[in-house]
Ligand binder design. Sequence first.
Ligand code: ZN
Length: 375
Amino acid sequence: MKQVKKAFVYRIYPNDLQKEMFAKTFGCARKIWNLMLDDRINSYKQYHEDATPIKETTPAMYKKDYPYLKEVDSLALANEQMHLRRAFTNFYRNSKTVGYPKFKSKNRNRNSYTTNNQNGTIAIIDKQGIKLPKVGVVSMDYHREHTGKIKSATVSQDATGAYYVAILCETEVEAFAKTNSSIGVDMGIHHYVVLSDGTKIENPKYLKKDMQRLQKLQRKLSRKAEIAKAKGIKLEDAKNYQKLKITIARLHKRIYNRRHDFLHKLSTYLIKNHDVICVEKLSVKKMLESHLAQAITDAGWTKFLALLKYKAEWYGKSIKEVEPYYPSTQICHVCGSKESKKALHIREWECSSCHSYHDRDINAAMNIHQHGLAI
Ligand SMILES: [Zn+2]
């Protein structure tokens, strides 16, 4: 048994008063984030100008100037401070891939705030509501039982206007049975992944269809925006535009959910069936290749790797990451000789030393497998 933190997400249905409180809290959380970010930026400037030590502000310091901050859940504000700190740490650690923390605008696609459970301030009531600080009991669709102790709750509202709560619980998970098996995974361009046992896993077809539909609707949306502009109508008042915007937000959500589902199933399948999973570390080059091939997988890969890693950790399996510069597509996995670089369109090739015939991606997955096991 292993102690882990697991999130459970539920749709919630606040009443009008609760909606008002959520809107206020989203606003205050955003305000605190922006104030702190602004002060932090200024503090850095000062540091560079006259070596004034960098100081970190706290939410309490702003309550005098902005008394309305006192009206909302103070833990929501404290969590913004933590999130901002994490955003900076993340930026300094991976500045090549992670951007500088940004200001949050009012017209975001998603609003949210996080609060903590302090001796039962957050609780599930009769499997039909959730008690939240300053808000009271909000009606919820408790479609699946949560396990463990509730640590925190994140309330969010998406672009379609729907509300959700994600509760983070401290719970225990049991390791999966050992299988004495290992595998190599090549994240492909023509396939989602290719495994060293020869399995090729396709991108889900519906995803491609949905993405095409999304692109079409987005073009339509920009045309509607132009029409409104030509007629001198503000976008907020352009009904057709707003309606289409919600349709697009719904489609986005559906794509997100389906991709999420696909990645979850695939990662669980690998973790259940293998003790060691060898993968290639994500590289900018690979991401670019995927853009070139107009694949729709790039965002999914980062998430896929993250899912594999935490599931391995939870269920007692291990992930071996092969460096991205390892030439997995150029080496013959049979005799180990290294061939010249191969253009993306070459899907099959013959080794000039041992004359083995290779499927490009399966050979790459086999190399990742061998190389990963040797680490
Ligand atoms: Zn060979």
